[in-house]
Unconditional design. Structure first.
Length: 342
């Protein structure tokens, strides 16, 4: 069984797991296991958490999201309070929350999913519990917006209801009551008509508000958040990405031609296949570009594994510096890797 297949099987059976736990199960080098994990996350085979245990995230297989709650107590006290508030409420309207809660909801991205709802001409931010579907939270959002408030029956209709068990009244009293009711109805009739007209004029507005809310909910049914966006470089255009343009400027300056491009994380992580001129002709390279202040040994290992899987030499580009450990591994193990600083 391939090492990657074995790693996937371990995470599927026992995940979410810390890198150290995976390393023990794999009985392999921690560096190599970390490189494989990074590669599988980039390919969306595995997922990585935002919550950390001792500084390390946990890795899990799609469908194991519910088990992330086992690590919720690793959140700091303030974030955990926001986590519990959202878990119980299921949906929170951002503007109704205290500033501290609003800040914490933006931090617990494993459990709080942002939803933007257009209501009465303006966009409002809501947070939903991560395990609920958009269909499940739609009634709660409508309730927060005041779109599903039941209407009360007019007081006049209630006052006209006479219990069937009431004692039989004499004819004179009946005539007096009928006359009184007629007078009351004549007095109330203009008010009732006025309210009816008001309801009729409000109906188109309510319908438009409902339609707008429904359209917003339809938009919300699309994937809320795509942490890894993919864009392929083709003749019809380039990715709208500042970091891409910075890397491309370097390529243009050195007469390097881009054959393909994939933006993994906007403004920070891009993969290229490039054609580099040399004294022996044009050479095809796999290029990993990272906008990062400090690139560690794990970054280099992941890029090296990907280049090996493509059977291409590797060019690693970064805006920052290499850690001491990364420099050591580059000097001793990845001698064929070319590193350039932007």
């Amino acid at each position: 069984m391939d090492s990657r297949d074995k790693l996937i099987q371990i995470v599927r059976m026992k995940g979410p797991l810390l890198p150290s736990q995976i390393n023990r199960e794999m009985n392999t080098n921690l560096l190599f296991a970390s490189a494989m994990l990074s590669e599988l996350v980039d390919k969306k085979v595995l997922k990585i958490s935002r919550v950390k245990v001792g500084g390390s995230p946990v890795y899990y297989y799609p469908g194991q999201e519910a088990r992330l709650q086992d690590y919720a107590k690793k959140l700091n006290e303030k974030d955990y309070r926001a986590y519990e508030l959202l878990r119980q409420a299921k949906v929170l309207r951002d503007k109704d929350q205290e500033p501290l809660v609003r800040a914490c909801l933006r931090e617990i991205k494993d459990f709080a999913v942002p939803l933007e709802v257009n209501f009465e001409g303006s966009a409002e931010l809501f947070w939903k519990w991560y395990l609920l579907s958009n269909e499940e939270i739609e009634p709660l959002v409508r309730q927060c917006l005041g779109l599903d408030v039941p209407r009360q029956q007019p007081a006049l209709e209630q006052s006209q209801t006479i219990p069937s068990s009431a004692p039989q009244a004499d004819p004179l009293l009946d005539r007096k009551m009928a006359l009184t009711r007629k007078v009351l109805m004549e007095k109330e009739e203009p008010k009732v008509q006025e309210k009816q007209k008001e309801r009729e004029t409000r109906k188109p507005e309510e319908k438009s508000v409902k339609k707008e809310a429904e359209r917003s909910m339809e938009k919300a049914k699309k994937p809320e958040e795509t942490p890894l966006s993919q864009e392929t470089f083709v003749d019809r255009g380039e990715p709208n990405d500042k970091f891409f343009r910075r890397v491309k400027a370097f390529f243009d300056e050195n007469k390097i031609r881009i054959l393909s491009c994939k933006v993994l994380r906007k403004e920070s992580d891009i993969e290229f296949t490039v054609e580099i001129p040399s004294n022996v002709g044009k050479l095809v390279y796999f290029c990993k570009a990272k906008d990062k202040q400090k690139c560690n040994d794990g970054d280099l290992s992941s890029a090296y594994v990907q280049s090996q899987s493509r059977k291409l030499p590797i060019l690693f580009m970064t805006t920052g510096e290499l850690t001491k450990k990364a420099q050591d591994i580059l000097r001793n193990e990845f001698k064929s890797m070319t590193v350039r600083r932007l």
